[in-house]
Design a protein around this ligand. Structure first.
Ligand code: NVA
Length: 375
């Protein structure tokens, strides 16, 4: 059902300025050949201390890959039926080591989730630097699509942020222990002391939320201040805001923490509240920040990096319609109360590949232009 890259129905136009305008064209990731990578500094800091993933690595079990792909394919087919064009990446061989003059790691990660790698801002798709060694080559999964968009859309800007060196100087050695404890982690997060140093610009695309003229970027494990400064210089017509969520002991990727649903309304993870001093632009412009509903699960599924807060990792199809994971009944109920129409999507068995409904997609085209929501 999904669009094959070599049979475009119509030329691609790349355009997306925010997280909520009507979605017309999207990339959905694949679980193909996904690996649990071997230990490395940034990844170790992110794997929760009680996780079933500590100490093991290698190709994920085939039955889990098949199940993940089944759910991702169903999600893609549902989007196509709703009139959204869907493209899929071409998996590279993730069993291959990633080696550069600066580092070596025995395997890579996967072609999930695209939201981590690709940041769409207007007619530009920007490949993030990434901050894990095992994800250094991940952009290659999307290069066939980028080439196609380049051929079809004369205004498409294909950009790639400077590839980082990812030497040991990029990581604080204090984090290289599996016995830090949550209290210490919370204290460090409060102090804005994260696993990544300020050696060079680092960012993952999933630390960025797009609000038209404003880009909101989480400073944490996967994005450092230099990465945010790089984004500021790269997007001179935007205002770039740095945000922190001190209640998160593993601050990576903003999209299970802060979820804009439509102009004027954002869900915030009640365990990771945006500090008062960072709320001014929303308060001044009449935006409401509401606590997200509790997740329906007490624990993530097996071999999953993410927390149960993938409940709020939703994909907004338009300002009145949102895709919510099927088992997340409390989140769906809250959406309903907030006046959103809910599209239920079964995805929980694919969470292990890197995230939920927002994570596993990357925008190509949403209607609408660059608006100033915070004048
Ligand atoms: N750090 C997040 C993942 C975001 C998709 C979490 O696990 O809650």
């Amino acid at each position: 059902m999904t669009q094959k890259p070599d049979t475009p129905a119509e030329p691609t136009i790349v355009n997306s300025w925010n997280e909520w305008d009507p979605l017309r064209h999207v990339i959905v990731g694949r679980a193909d050949d996904c690996h649990i990578p071997p230990e490395e500094p940034a990844l170790d800091a992110k794997v929760p201390e009680n996780s079933d993933m500590r100490g093991q690595w290698g190709r994920r079990p085939q039955e889990m890959i098949d199940r993940g792909n089944e759910l991702l394919d169903n999600f893609a087919d549902m989007l196509v039926k709703r009139g959204v064009r869907v493209d899929r990446p071409d998996s590279i061989d993730h069993s291959l080591p990633a080696t550069t003059p600066d580092f070596h790691t025995e395997s890579q990660f996967g072609c999930m989730p695209p939201r981590d790698v690709l940041l769409t801002v207007g007619s530009e798709m920007l490949e993030a630097t990434m901050s894990y060694r095992c994800r250094w080559f991940e952009y290659l999964n999307y290069r066939p699509l980028m080439q196609r968009y380049f051929n079809e859309d004369p205004n498409f800007r294909h950009e790639s942020a400077p590839k980082p060196r990812l030497t040991d100087a990029d990581y604080h050695p204090d984090y290289l222990s599996d016995k830090i404890g949550v209290e210490k982690r919370l204290q460090w997060a409060e102090e804005k002391f994260f696993v990544t140093t300020e050696e060079e610009p680092l960012f993952d695309a999933a630390d960025v939320l797009r609000f038209g003229r404003d880009l909101v970027v989480q400073h944490g494990f996967t994005t450092n201040l230099k990465g945010i400064e790089w984004l500021r210089r790269h997007f001179p017509d935007h205002r770039v805001h740095t945000v922190n969520f001190p209640g998160d002991p593993y601050p990576i990727h903003i999209d299970a923490t802060f979820t804009p649903l439509r102009p004027g309304l954002i869900l915030n993870n009640p365990q990771r509240r945006l500090p008062e001093e960072q709320r001014k632009m929303y308060n001044d412009n009449g935006w409401e920040i509401v606590d997200a509903a509790q997740p329906a699960h007490n624990a993530p599924p097996p071999l999953c990096y993410s927390s149960t807060w993938l409940s709020m990792n939703v994909l907004v199809l338009d300002p009145k319609t949102v895709c919510v994971e099927k088992s997340e009944v409390y989140q769906a109920e809250q959406m309903d109360k907030l006046g959103m129409n809910v599209v239920e999507v079964e995805l929980r068995d694919a969470y292990a590949f890197g995230g939920g409904l927002h994570c596993c997609t990357a925008d190509v085209y949403r209607e609408g232009d660059c608006e100033d929501y915070f004048p």
